[in-house]
Design a protein around this ligand. Sequence first.
Ligand code: ADP
Ligand code: DP6
Ligand code: CO
Length: 362
Amino acid sequence: MALESKKDWILMATARSPTNIAVVKYWGKRDEALILPINDSISVTLDPSHLCTTTTVAVSPKFDRDQMWLNGKEISLSGGRYQRCLREIRSRAGDVEDEERGICIGKEDWGKLHVHIASYNNFPTAAGLASSAAGFACLVYSLAKLMNVREEQGKLSAIARQGSGSACRSLFGGFVKWEMGKDSTGSDSIAVQLADEKHWNDLVIIIAVVSSRQKETSSTTGMRESVETSPLLHYRSTEVVPKRILQMEEAIRTRDFSSFARLTCADSNQFHAVCLDTSPPIFYMNDTSHRIISYMEKWNRFEGTPQVAYTFDAGPNAVLIAPNRNVAALLLQRLLFYFPPSTDTELKSFVLGDQSIVKDAG
Ligand code: ADP
Ligand code: DP6
Ligand code: CO
């Protein structure tokens, strides 16, 4: 059936994407529009059953404009990031046929059709738990599915990157590296999987939600200000991260938890030092975050070897990584003892997660 002959059809696709937490952080762009970073980064993708975005995209000849709802509220799609993702996916769209319902969309038709997008995060948005990562990975993946885009994951990651840098890493499970690339077009600034989710599946990740409030400074604004004003960031991206990336890759390859934990904690601390070195300074962590760090440092020092790794993204919430379930159980017990609910330093909740594959809700 020709596209124009019948107007009451609607075609939908749904996908689910997990968030990812960087253990060597991305902070700083060399190209704001294309979202090209100033250093490589490495992350671990979390189990989507705990922290994930679910996005449904729909197309119909009845829709007169592109529209999006995030967590039930309409948001504007006029921003460059959404426009870029939509344009990149549309330009790669393929033919779609639904014989049963008599729908046939030729690849040339996609430019004339509008989409409706409904997305839900099952965790706090814009609170430093990488909602932009899960969100844009899911947007790109669901649109690609709807429009029958037949690109390999690496190419899709370069599109998701243009929505939010960290999103490129959420298209793969396990341990993922975002290679900064050299090309000025960004074609080689893509995510690659270092190891799949089975490689080191003893690891247990506990997220201690200190605050689910929206942060005052978005990651985008924060890193722009750091690039403009922090001398430490320049040193970090040229002198520290290149070596740290190699060491982290080796620690992951050999499942060396001591090295992994040392590098993860050091990188988180340096990232927050860069935030303090920014003018005016940016405070993503709060007193509770600092108390968690002190506690973990003491525990690790007492044992003589790292028991738990901690890392904080651009927000106060702690991501704690234990080498196995026994240590994770002990960690939870201790967190509950030292940070009991209903005190000044209370933790709002815990989310337990494993690292995981990227699952597609179909
Ligand atoms: P976070 O630490 O949560 O990643 P950011 O400041 O990096 O915070 O990004 C938050 C922004 O990401 C939101 O304001 C919104 O524009 C975008 N975002 C979050 N969730 C989604 C989603 N599910 N789909 C599309 N965009 C999203
Ligand atoms: C601290 O990817 O959210 O989480 O590219 O501007 O959207 P934009 O920023 P975003 O920055 C993430 C910063 C970080 C570290 C990381 O995920 O590597
Ligand atoms: Co983000």
